[in-house]
Design a protein around this ligand. Structure first.
Ligand SMILES: Cc1ncc(C[n+]2csc(CCOP(=O)(O)OP(=O)(O)O)c2C)c(N)n1
Ligand SMILES: [Mg+2]
Length: 584
């Protein structure tokens, strides 16, 4: 077994089914070793997408996703996705190639100080110095990636730890051909170094993953929260991505929320947790609801820009914050009750405690809930009216993006997965398109990264081979990962990409033109993105008129269900739907 095989064995033991990569001589033994053991190796067209794909795998399965990239530029190309995973608290294991242990810092090809570069962007990192270290370090990497506050981790694997011992000894032998005492000395030095590299390597085997138990809340805190909830007249729950970190517990969590009976907003990865149209779930006017609530329970998201740094929560309201992170727990606004625990466990225990004592008598909150629901419905009607309106002004002959989103929503089934990658168009979509089931909504998270689409969709479809995977793209965003249509075609990943083509970086243009009166840098052409997708081996369709929306989307869905990736280039008219929205 070489180092690549040892790594592959750990991957299998950890339940890894996919290895995302873009090749390089430094990492070849990892790819070959993984393939030998039945891990599906998926080669992408940009390293950043390998990490985005791995991120999606973690979010959808709870098992860290894995990417392997080559030394130097392979590693630097991942930084945006690694940072995105760090801010989204997603468990990604990144394996990086590196120069041979003896050549580090001596001008070897692709050799840089990778550890210094990566350290601020990951939860944990290490560089292996011997073959026998590979297995325990990688096992620790998995442990760190998924436990507590999950996050990306990095293991640097120098090339001379990965190849067969005989070959590595040959390399070292060839490097010390000189004669005389100097040559002999060099040979001895290199032999000793090789001995050290391989010592004890054969005895190390991969073990079962350590069970990772989410942090449980203190009983007293749960009781206190239950007491506050029973007294509250206008309680509100807001759940973020951290609430869905335990996929096997999701249905129990949904039952617990129903039994608690308080109105709920779902943010980020928690969207879809209660299915479609649940009585307790609200979608609109969160700011107003937070202002009016007398008890706010924030579960698994911090009081960051999404809650106006905590200012959305009324000053007189009692505030309970539940978070796996000590920092996020208290960010910007001090909770009256901080609960440092897994939000899902907290909510499930809270439901238990409440039901032991005869429930919350949730009907006490009927008026509160009905008021919120009425406002929600009013907003839905307003959106529906705007969707009916014929576009006016520039591009009026093209399509109303709200209508497009309504038609996409109509085609969703409980198994559909939605990946969103863009600005204005996808923000519009998030008002209208609603995920039907837990873990079926993937957005970049608080890093706001454009370009996640291709990688996320790749990871999602591999985890859910029976699902329709939709990517909602802006025309700016699509070009970051359009080359992954090549990967989709080669690997049989039939995603459906819908590009809201408004010939510009509209989210930015809206403010820049209004404030600075100049459109420099924010204008794009009406590019034929569908033709690019076709060039890469996918199918391409176009929507230019209202009456084409439904038939073309249906055709796209049929193409995807028949096994081919497809891109729909949908030409949008200008709308005022998001006028005045700012993104800072
Ligand atoms: C990597 C990255 N670069 C730039 C931005 C800034 N940004 C945010 S939204 C946006 C416009 C997106 O344009 P497009 O994808 O066409 O969507 P639209 O707003 O036009 O619907 C830009 C450039 C970002 N968030 N991420
Ligand atoms: Mg655009």
């Amino acid at each position: 077994m070489n180092g690549g095989d040892h790594i592959a064995e750990v991957l299998v033991r950890q339940g890894v089914r996919f290895l995302f990569t873009l090749c390089g001589g430094h990492i070849s033994p990892i790819l070959v070793g993984a393939k030998k053991l039945g891990v599906r190796v998926v080669d992408v067209r940009h390293e950043v997408d390998a990490v985005f794909a791995a991120d999606a795998v973690f979010r959808l399965t709870g098992v860290p996703g894995v990417a392997a990239v080559t030394a130097g530029p392979g590693v630097t190309n991942t930084i945006t996705a690694i940072k995105n995973a760090q801010l989204a608290q997603s468990g990604v294991v990144l394996l990086g190639g590196a120069a041979a242990t003896l050549l580090k810092g001596r001008g070897a090809l692709q050799d840089i100080d990778q550890m210094a570069l990566i350290a601020p962007n990951v939860k944990w990192s290490a560089s292996a110095g011997t073959v026998r270290e590979l297995v325990p370090l990688l096992e620790e990497a998995f442990d760190k990636a998924r436990s507590g506050v999950p996050g990306p981790v990095f293991l640097e694997c120098p090339i001379d730890l990965l190849y067969d011992e005989a070959l590595v000894r040959d390399w070292y032998g060839a490097a010390s051909k000189g004669g005389g005492i100097a040559g002999a000395g060099m040979r001895m030095y290199l032999r000793r170094h090789a001995n050290k590299l391989f010592a004890g390597a054969g005895r190390i085997r991969a073990s079962e993953p350590r069970p990772s138990k989410p942090q449980a809340p203190e009983k007293g805190d749960v009781r206190k929260a239950a007491a506050w909830l029973r007294k509250a007249k206008k309680p509100l729950l807001v759940l973020g991505s951290q609430a869905v970190l335990e996929p096997p517990a999701l249905s129990e969590l949904a039952v617990s929320l129903a039994s608690i009976g308080a109105p709920v907003y779902l943010a980020g990865g928690a969207r879809g947790l209660l299915g479609h149209g649940h009585r307790l779930q609200l979608r609109h006017k969160r700011k107003e609801a937070l202002r009016e609530a007398d008890l706010v329970i924030l579960c698994g998201l911090p009081a960051d820009f999404r809650l106006d740094y905590g200012r959305h929560i009324g000053r007189k309201a009692s505030f309970i914050s539940v978070n796996r992170s000590e920092t996020d727990l208290r960010l910007n606004r001090k909770p009256d009750l901080p609960v440092h625990a897994d939000p899902s466990l907290f909510l499930r225990r809270l439901a238990d405690v409440l039901s032991e004592k005869g429930g919350t008598k949730g009907d006490r909150w009927n008026d509160w809930l009905e008021g919120l629901r009425a406002r929600d419905l009013e907003r839905e009607r307003e959106i529906a009216r705007q969707a009916e309106a014929a576009p006016a002004g520039e591009g009026a002959e093209l399509i109303n993006p709200l209508r497009l989103c309504q038609e996409i929503d109509r085609l969703l089934v409980p198994e559909s997965v939605l990946v969103v990658d863009g600005g204005d168009f996808v923000a519009t979509a998030s008002y209208i398109v609603s995920p039907r089931a837990p873990l079926s909504w993937l957005d970049p998270g608080v890093f706001g990264t454009l370009g996640v689409g291709g990688g996320f969709a790749l990871g999602a479809r591999l985890c859910r081979p029976e699902s329709d995977v939709w990517i909602l793209y802006g025309d700016g965003s699509v070009a970051y990962s359009l080359a992954e249509f090549d990967t989709f075609a080669r690997h049989g990943i039939p995603v459906i990409a819908v590009v809201g083509n408004d010939a510009g970086w509209t989210q930015i243009a809206r403010e820049q033109i209004e404030i600075l009166k100049d459109d420099v840098g924010v204008v794009l052409a009406r590019t034929g993105y569908h033709k690019v997708a076709e060039g890469y081996g996918g199918r391409g369709l176009v929507i230019e008129k209202e009456e084409d929306i439904r038939p073309v989307l249906e055709e796209a869905l049929a193409i995807s269900r028949a096994g081919q990736p497809v891109l729909v280039n949908a030409h949008l008219a200008k709308t005022e739907f998001r006028k005045g929205s700012i993104s800072m």
